[in-house]
Design a protein around this ligand. Structure first.
Ligand code: LMR
Length: 359
């Protein structure tokens, strides 16, 4: 008896064996087609592993996230960017080799780190007091010189995509650094650049090349006495907690090369590459728009923390540093090339210098 009171006979309809086998085959065929479609879609998803060595809340970290957002949107999800910050995947010294073998697809290392792989030309950007302003740097990087330097990376299997930056570099230590003589016998961490080592040796310091991820513990344990970097890097790595003094010298400008594994990048479908180039252009504009402010904010945070005494070099003191370091330029004309140095200085000088922002 059914619920509504009517009589109802359920008749089992017997299916011939041939028919049920056909039905099973067509269900299987549909399932196979579905899995083929989904694997085809998955096959079309291109994963880009983007590794870097700084904290996410830095100009480079934020720009990498912006590139991810823009690249995934511009390719309607066909590209997926995986970001590995803070040396999680590879640290200095390993990352370039990993890129060359295709274990990672994109990096944005400081241009001070190409020397060990035999490309020393980028060390022109490590010459002290080279750029008076960020705009002077951008004019050089975005012009023929920047392109020529990227061409030096191609035989190494590396495609240069863009130049980012993290503003001007300052120097932290556990003693005040006002005059060149204050550097005497100081152990100072530097990136793997012969120009940077020569610069601080000229001031009487003892340069120690070290991976960025090792700087905080080395400062904490007294393995080195100080380091040079943007304030954003100093603050986001908590170096202010183990450095009593920070001298605002603006002696250098931290330039990044955004690079890709050349075979991977050139092998991308043309429409994808075009979309990614557009995403990179926009991410670069974004990075440069935030770099200076990120460092200003980091300096305010260091002052607020009260751990570190901040000292801004007077113009006279800065001139004294500049004079003491002039011979470094001459000493590197042989390795970097006098023409390249002169070309960078000429191009940089075309940008009207503005008074340095009050720190
Ligand atoms: C450093 O090693 O000090 C910096 O290059 C780290 C970075 O990538 O900003």
């Amino acid at each position: 008896m059914t619920a509504w009171g009517g009589r109802h006979t359920i008749r089992r309809v017997e299916e011939s064996p041939g028919k049920s086998a056909m039905r099973r085959r067509s269900v299987l065929a549909c399932l196979l087609a579905l899995s083929a479609l989904s694997s085809l879609a998955a096959a079309q998803t291109i994963t880009i592993k983007f590794s870097h060595v700084v904290a996410p809340d830095t100009p480079k970290g934020k720009a990498a996230a912006k590139f991810k957002e823009l690249a995934e949107a511009a390719t309607k999800g066909r590209v997926k960017v995986e970001i590995y910050p803070n040396s999680q995947l590879y640290k200095d010294g390993d990352e370039l080799e990993a890129l060359q073998r295709g274990a990672v697809h994109m990096l944005a290392p400081s241009v001070s780190k190409f020397g060990p792989m035999g490309v020393r030309d980028f060390e022109v950007f490590d010459l002290p007091f080279l750029f008076p302003t960020a705009d002077a740097a951008y004019r050089v990087l975005d012009g023929a010189i920047g392109r020529q330097l990227f061409a030096k990376l191609e035989p190494k299997g590396i495609r240069g995509l863009a130049y980012w930056d993290n503003g001007f570099k300052q120097i932290s230590a556990n003693k005040p650094l006002h005059r060149p003589a204050d550097f005497r016998a100081m152990k100072l961490r530097v990136q793997s650049s012969k120009v940077l080592s020569a610069t601080f040796r000229k001031l009487g310091a003892i340069p120690q090349v070290m991976a960025f991820s090792e700087v905080y513990p080395a400062l904490q344990q007294g393995v080195v006495d100080g380091q040079e970097n943007s304030v954003s890097n100093l603050y986001t790595q908590k170096m202010h907690e183990v450095q009593k003094h920070l001298t605002i010298s603006d002696h250098g400008f931290l330039v990044y090369a955004v690079i890709a594994n050349r075979k991977f990048w050139d092998g991308l479908p043309a429409d994808i590459r075009t979309a990614l180039d557009g995403a990179m252009r926009e991410a670069t504009q974004y990075e440069r728009a935030i770099a200076a402010k990120e460092n200003t904010d980091a300096l305010a945070a260091v002052k607020k923390a009260g751990t570190t005494q901040v000292y801004v070099l007077t113009p006279a003191e800065r001139d004294e540093w500049r004079k003491a370091l002039l011979p470094v330029r001459r000493d590197f004309e042989g390795t970097i090339g006098r023409e390249l140095i002169q070309a960078v200085e000429t191009e940089a000088a075309r940008v009207p210098a503005v008074a340095p922002a009050k720190k």
